[in-house]
Design a protein around this ligand. Structure first.
Ligand code: PLP
Length: 417
């Protein structure tokens, strides 16, 4: 199976762009070039490279393809499928909530929303006292930055090289390399500077009394499962204290149990002023959250933040179920032990080193990671790549088992150095 992503010719040739604009046409849409006779264009925006992996269903850690094949999912849809697929608690929470009350806005108090917020704060084990529910990681970061500007009235944010924080105006502004690749807006909404990873000596220069916030992924995801480590995060915390800036941990990818603790802030023993969470928070149902410390919450007032869908009852029911599953099935311990197993058993074939934390694993490969990714997919294993061309990124469901790690090891041995 060729595992290199391909752009979608169907979408690229969408007749929507070539049809006369005056009146709707009654002619059937034309098929994309190269498609079988009678195939319809998909009309999807041609912005995603795609693997030739037509997934039709999934169960546990296995994806099922249209031709009946099985693929072991070690990537979890960009770190989302923390409970795998079809987890009974997740499925029951969603279906029961859909039956009883599918939606009401934040203008209406709902017990399920309050329960999800209480449970999330308790689960974090950190010093937070309010939660603002939103829909995506970028939106959570956008609101965190907004709170930092509101509180400090300053104009600068420091971020970390190789970071990824999302595609919106503010989140993209603090994403490394966005301006040259896809940012699109004429200018960033505030001043931004970047600190080299783990460079504690560079912090003082980049974080000053003009700085509203430092935003950091404690373990970078897109940047290559790169763990920034306690000394660097502690130094960021200390400098923020010194100059009165706020510290934001973007735990959209590394949070909610992914590193074997509720959040990476716990793993490293550093308390941020805000944490943003998404992905594993809903484990497949789109939702996100901004957790705020008492200092940040004190600045909240009516209408300061808002959303239509954020905190909807289906999202909140799912958040409760995800935390229930992580706690009742002791998944944090499991993540830690499976992480250790991957590190000890999978340093074979093309893998020469590893980095990251928990089940956000970066395997350094002797050849371009894309080649190893393709070779694994040919052997029925879906992994991920990253912005670092030498890192194969694993983000498996927390319900992975030792036998699955052995399948990965066997495939790596088969691929060879
Ligand atoms: N922050 C991090 C660390 C991420 O990895 C991502 C997405 O990959 C985002 C933010 C953006 O999240 P979303 O795509 O839900 O907006």
């Amino acid at each position: 199976m060729n595992a290199q992503p391909t752009s979608s010719p169907a979408a690229a040739s969408s007749p929507a762009s070539s049809a006369p604009s005056s009146a709707p046409s009654s002619a059937p849409p034309s098929a994309p070039p190269g498609a079988p006779p009678g195939a319809l264009p998909d009309f999807l925006a041609p912005v995603f490279a795609q693997y030739p992996l037509p997934v039709v269903s999934a169960e546990g850690v296995w994806l099922r393809t249209r031709d009946g094949g099985r693929v072991l999912d070690l990537y979890g849809g960009h770190a989302v499928a923390a409970l795998g697929y079809g987890h009974p608690l997740w499925t029951r929470a969603l279906t029961e909530q859909a039956r009883s009350l599918s939606f009401q806005s934040n203008a209406v108090p709902m017990e399920v929303r309050a329960r999800a917020a209480r449970r999330l704060i308790r689960f974090s084990g950190l010093d937070f006292n309010s939660v603002f529910f939103v829909n995506s990681g970028a939106e959570a970061n956008e609101n965190a930055l907004k709170m930092a500007f509101t509180i400090t009235r300053r104009t600068h944010v420091a971020a970390i090289e190789h970071s990824f924080h999302g595609r919106t105006a503010a989140a993209g502004a603090v994403t490394w390399g966005a301006a040259s690749k896809w940012y699109g807006f004429p200018r960033t909404p505030f001043d931004v500077s970047f600190i080299a990873r783990r460079d504690t000596a560079a912090i003082a220069q980049q974080v000053s009394d003009h700085t509203a916030a430092v935003i950091v992924e404690p373990v970078q995801g897109v940047g290559g499962a790169f763990d920034l480590g306690a000394p660097f995060l502690e130094a960021l915390r200390a400098r923020c204290e010194q100059v009165g800036a706020l510290l934001i941990f973007d735990e959209v990818q590394c949070g909610m149990g992914r590193v074997g603790e509720p959040f990476a802030a716990k793993l490293y023993g550093v308390q941020p002023d805000m944490i943003t969470s998404a992905k594993a928070l809903g484990a497949g149902f789109p939702c996100a959250a901004l957790l705020m410390s008492p200092r940040v919450s004190a600045a909240l007032k009516l209408d300061a933040l808002g959303t239509t869908f954020g905190g909807g009852p289906m999202a909140c029911a799912v958040i409760e179920a995800v935390i229930e599953a992580i706690e009742s099935e002791h998944l944090l311990e499991h993540v830690r032990s499976l992480s250790a197993l991957i590190r000890s058993r999978c340093l074979v074939g093309p893998v020469v080193a590893h980095q990251g934390a928990g089940l956000l694993v970066g395997l350094r490969t002797s050849r371009p990671a894309k080649q190893i990714h393709a070779a694994l997919l040919e052997r029925g294993i879906l992994a991920g790549t990253s912005a670092d061309p030498g890192i194969l990124r694993l983000l498996p469901p927390y319900v992975l088992e030792a036998a699955h790690v052995e399948l990965l090891r066997d495939a790596l041995l088969d691929i060879g150095a």
